[in-house]
Design a protein around this ligand. Structure first.
Ligand code: ITT
Length: 200
């Protein structure tokens, strides 16, 4: 059966295809770009879970097919959890990864490493056309570097160094990142739920 990936973020789509395939999900995964006429839903939620559910429901309703969505972001301790749900547009323009990252580094200034704790968060939502919904979350804890390093991944990956590693997320291979990431954790937890609800 067909399962819609309710996202237009290319970095997410690449990771989701690998994570879901590795977890043994054998559905035909179709990105939201396959449905250009369906307008983007307004992300009016105040939590990752609410926004993930909004995106999943919008695609499930518009296509009549089951849909999964990812809402995610970087939560910085010393900024009381910001950028959080505003991570994609922290510097203004939506999805300008480089500008977002540079602004965040400027905001942190030369705060010492002990105060540069942060985590990535991901809410993974499943919605069915009949309105059934499920959502699970995952996190990846780490420390923010003073300067970007690495070219893999996307978004804030060049500045987050996961706890227990000496590299940034952008210096990990895609497999290494997916094994420990917020997205990997959330979507691996969602797979048995997808299996159960789509089996009927
Ligand atoms: P969709 O709504 O179409 O899925 P989006 O990019 O707008 O795409 P979000 O609102 O969930 O998605 O914003 C997520 C932002 O959080 C993303 O643009 C990155 O800046 C950041 N982010 C999320 N996951 C990340 C990851 O694994 N590595 C680095 N940055 C990440």
């Amino acid at each position: 059966t067909r399962l819609i990936l309710a996202t237009r973020n290319a970095g997410k789509i690449t990771e989701l295809r690998a994570i879901l395939a590795d977890a043994g999900l054998d559905h035909d995964l179709v990105g939201a770009d396959a449905y250009p006429d369906i307008p983007d839903v307004k992300e009016t939620g105040v939590t990752f879970a609410e926004n993930a559910l909004l995106k999943a429901h919008a695609l499930a309703q518009a296509t009549g097919l089951p849909a999964v969505a990812d809402d995610s972001g970087l939560c910085v301790d010393v900024l009381n959890g910001a950028p959080g749900i505003f991570s994609a547009r922290w510097a203004g323009g939506h999805g300008d990864d480089r500008a977002n990252l540079e602004l965040l580094l400027a905001q942190l200034g030369d705060i010492d490493d002990a105060h540069r704790g942060a985590h990535f968060a991901c809410a993974a939502a499943l919605a069915l056309p009949d309105g059934t919904e499920r959502v699970v979350e995952g996190q990846l804890r780490g420390t923010l570097r003073h300067a970007p390093a690495g070219t893999n991944g996307f978004g804030y990956d060049p500045i987050l160094q996961p706890d227990g590693d000496s590299r940034t997320c952008a210096e990990l291979s895609p497999e290494e990142k997916n094994a420990i990431s917020h997205r990997g954790k959330a979507f691996r937890a969602l797979v048995p739920v997808v299996r159960e609800l789509l089996a009927q």
